[in-house]
Design a protein around this ligand. Structure first.
Ligand code: AMP
Length: 219
């Protein structure tokens, strides 16, 4: 099973992709987290990625495609994959299609999580992340029980550098310019399903599970 998650920054795709992958017993492959790990580890890939991430720009296609293809070649992906945050350009979508074709695989479904712009900005500006387990909070909508501390693991909460207002705005522009065409790419192939992401997390998850079971019966 191979499912792609597409959504703007702040749409909740990371949260949904992660819980869905564990519910379905498949591997969650979050493109942004792979870059953040490379940054933390101080690798050459991380150094290159950070320059772009700090500006709210996309990391160049050749770098991103190389990293994702390597991750997808690991044996654990045989169980199935939820690909989160990739492809974000039509060029990335084409590269994935070529790679899948050459291995006799295919994308089962592309999920597009739709959220109005105003809500995206509100979510990004208050978002907090746990340094240890990556759980997500919001300063106003979903605050932790104890300030700056993760409810699940006690880890320290922080604001992503690229969630600051100017960078968030740029990320949304980049999303509308580069990533919305990817939605059309999968729509043309009859693989797209749209989900309303402007609801409680549990309701989005329930809608997703229903749609995936209808549209990807291999699940
Ligand atoms: P995310 O955690 O998904 O919001 O991604 C954080 C940042 O990582 C983005 O703003 C980009 O700079 C970079 N990034 C993540 N996924 C991709 C991708 N598929 N292509 C290019 N850059 C990406």
């Amino acid at each position: 099973m191979f499912i792609i998650f597409i959504g703007a920054p702040g749409s909740g795709k990371g949260t949904q992709a992660k819980t869905l992958a564990s519910a379905l017993g498949v591997v969650h492959v979050p493109c942004g987290d792979l870059f953040r790990t490379a940054v933390e580890q101080g690798t050459e890939l991380g150094r290159v990625a950070q320059e772009y991430m700090d500006r709210g720009e996309l990391v160049p296609d050749e770098v991103t495609i190389g990293m994702i293809m390597e991750r997808l070649s690991a044996p654990d992906t045989q169980r199935g994959v939820i690909l989160d945050g990739f492809p974000r350009t039509v060029e990335q979508a084409r590269a994935l299609e070529r790679a899948m074709d050459s291995h006799g695989g295919r994308v089962d479904l592309a999920v597009y999580l739709k959220v109005p712009n105003r809500v995206l900005m509100e979510r990004l500006s208050g978002r907090l992340l746990c340094r240890r387990c990556q759980a997500t909070y919001h300063q106003v909508f979903w605050p932790p029980h104890v300030a700056d501390q993760c409810d699940f693991c006690g880890g320290e909460l922080y604001q992503r550098r690229d969630d600051r207002a100017e960078t968030s705005e740029r990320r949304l522009e980049v999303y509308f310019g580069n990533t919305l065409p990817v939605v059309d790419f999968y729509r043309e192939r009859g693989l797209l399903v749209e989900v309303n992401g402007d609801q409680y997390v549990e309701n989005v998850r329930a809608d997703l599970l229903t749609l995936i079971r209808q549209r990807a019966p291999r699940v």
